[in-house]
Design a protein around this ligand. Sequence first.
Ligand code: NGO
Length: 500
Amino acid sequence: MADRAPAFPAIVPKPLAVAPGRGAFELTRDTRIVLGRDDAAARPVGRLLAETLRPATGFRLPVATVRGAPADGDVGLVLRPADRALGDEGYRLTVEPRRVVLVARTPAGLFRGTQTLRQLLPATIDAGRRRRRPWHVPVLTIHDRPRFAWRGMMLDVARHFFGVAEIERLIDLLALYKLNRLHLHLSDDQGWRIAIAKWPRLATHGGSSEVGGGKGGYYTQAQYEGLVRYAAARYVTVVPEIDMPGHVHAALSSYPKLACDGKPSPLYTGIDVGFSSLCIDKPVTYDFVSDVVGELARLTPGPWIHIGGDEAMATKTAEYVRFIGRVQSIVESYGKRMIGWEEIGRARLRGGAVVQHWNTDPAKSALSTRAAQQGAKVIMSPAAHAYLDMKYDASTSLGLQWAGYTSVQDAYAWDPARTVPGVGAGDVLGVEAALWSETVQSIRDAEYLAFPRLIGIAEIGWSPARGRSWADYRQRLGAQAPLLDSLRVNFYRAPEIPWR
Ligand code: NGO
């Protein structure tokens, strides 16, 4: 296969600044990944890079500590904690004919830089098996850092369940496109997906169903901790969501005492929303919330716990407002920050709360505005752009269409800082694509809906608004096909994209 190094590199998300050069660095059997003596914190990043590059190259790629600057033939990882211009996740990548040097202020920044390096190599670097060919990286300099701190994807594991290996593969794909949050929607009417020691039936009973009547499933706490660690090694923070006070039928069916009428109910496998509610005035409700949030907080090194709060149509407004106020205090009592869907804008929010905008209906958008006015930061997930479960067009068999069709361009051509009136750049924490799984039965289905739209959302989160254009993006997106094929991603080959 010809080594098709593009004239200028087709990196996604688009870096802040790229200065192309001439020639190429070649990765060889003698290449080492080297760290400075004070840069031990970069070792895990070096190891992961070596693990990524070994299968296809067959090279040893030892990770070594050296004195002084990286020598000829080396790929150097350098930490410069005092270099503020690099930001928390930024990096500078210098590829010379004889060596590669990656500099960052933090290990996270180095990791992001290694993902750029991965995209600069021939796509077969990710094919998972040995290929005999030259491994070139074009000479260039890149200076890069993200626009937004929050660049996420939400996966609904409640409507259909996805196993640990599937989630790990998804985390790898998020990392490749420099996303840094995985929000897991762990409970809904149709299923409860995380073991809670003090309320075991949530998982054993509530976890045993899913949409359409499949067998469901749940994560043990040990499995969940493993996922959190796997993600953390790739600088992805897992954000757990337990939806309340609505979307709780699986919990009510597991513990009828949580329902206002106290009556047993069978599990639910349909796709209606808005019919279930916790019982706002029962004391046991707050034992439940506190136990669940407490156990989740212990499993969550990240600062956020998502409490849902959407579509509580079966809860009276005054009760909803009271409930969210109490939940906020519970979340804070475990040292965490509360995130909720935009509806929590109805309640009184304290500093540190985060709201997730989703419904493009103007009356609903006003709730995000209200939350921002109260000082909450906003994560942008407007359904018409960022809901990966919307159909691409009329021919898409998977997915829903309540927010309209969402083409690859619709998912890309918008600006989070200009989406909701009164919610400007200073209020926006970042972006998150949401994949709800009513129609998504397998991880292959999930990939089909997520890719390539998720890649566009990743670029919106990372790259400056100025300098982004659909015309340029579709070329760079098209150039991702060989890499996605190497990784065996089941992506939708949208006809408007010039796939390579
Ligand atoms: C809504 C609803 C979810 C659905 C999803 C389907 C939110 C925040 N609540 O988004 O329960 O699964 O739409 O697109």
